[in-house]
Design a protein around this ligand. Structure first.
Ligand code: AMP
Length: 220
């Protein structure tokens, strides 16, 4: 089964995808995480992608699409996969349909996370991530702090702020790109009847883990 996470930055896509991945055994395929791993390892792909990522722009499709295609062909994604951060444009969604059709697969369920914009900005500014690229645990200074300040609960590595999370300009740029290029995907997939809209908000006391539980019940 192919699940797909939609929603603006900071809505908790990574959290929901991570929990669903643990429960199902299907890999979480996060394009942002793959890029960040390549950046930390200073690969050619990482150096190229970082030119766009640091400024809050999308990485060109010539780099992103083949990377996702190759990842979907790996053995662990045979039974299912949870895509997190891809597609981000209608053109990428069409490419994804083509890639999946080659192995008689399709997107089965789209989980669209919604969060009020003021909450999103605070969540992104307070987000801290594990610097160990094989761990990638995510924390929030107020909502979900680590037990020891600055240290990952899971692996003991240092927690850092993502470069693109550290300034308002980059955050606002990414949210504007989301509104313009990614949000239309909600309609693209709604027309196929495969979208579940899920609100994540402190105000209604509904966090990523609650959404993951509800979605898991839908797919088993
Ligand atoms: P994320 O961790 O999903 O917020 O992604 C971090 C950054 O990686 C984004 O701001 C983009 O610069 C880049 N990126 C991630 N996924 C994609 C994608 N599907 N297409 C283009 N750029 C992407």
């Amino acid at each position: 089964m192919i699940l797909l996470m939609l929603g603006a930055q900071g809505t908790g896509k990574g959290t929901v995808a991570g929990i669903l991945s643990q429960k199902t055994g299907w890999p979480q395929i996060s394009t942002g995480d793959i890029f960040r791993k390549n950046i930390s390892e200073k690969t050619e792909l990482g150096i190229e992608a970082n030119k766009y990522i640091a400024a809050g722009n999308l990485v060109p499709d010539e780099i992103t699409v083949p990377m996702v295609k190759a990842r979907l062909q790996e053995a662990d994604a045979k039974e299912g996969a949870i895509l997190d951060g891809f597609p981000r444009t209608i053109a990428q969604a069409e490419k994804l349909d083509e890639i999946l059709a080659e192995s008689n697969r399709k997107v089965d369920l789209v989980i669209n996370l919604t969060t009020p914009r003021d909450e999103i900005i605070t969540r992104i500014l307070n987000r801290r991530v594990c610097s160990n690229q094989d761990c990638k645990a995510t924390y929030n200074l107020t909502m979900h702090p680590s037990k020891v300040e600055g240290i990952c609960d899971k692996c003991g590595a240092k927690l850092v702020q993502r470069e693109d999370d550290s300034n308002r300009e980059s955050i606002e740029r990414r949210l504007a790109i989301y509104d313009e290029k990614t949000k239309p995907l909600v309609d693209y997939y709604s027309a196929k009847g495969i979208v579940t809209n899920q609100e994540v908000s402190e105000r209604i006391n509904r966090l990523g883990k609650d959404v993951a539980e509800d979605v898991y019940k839908m797919i088993v």
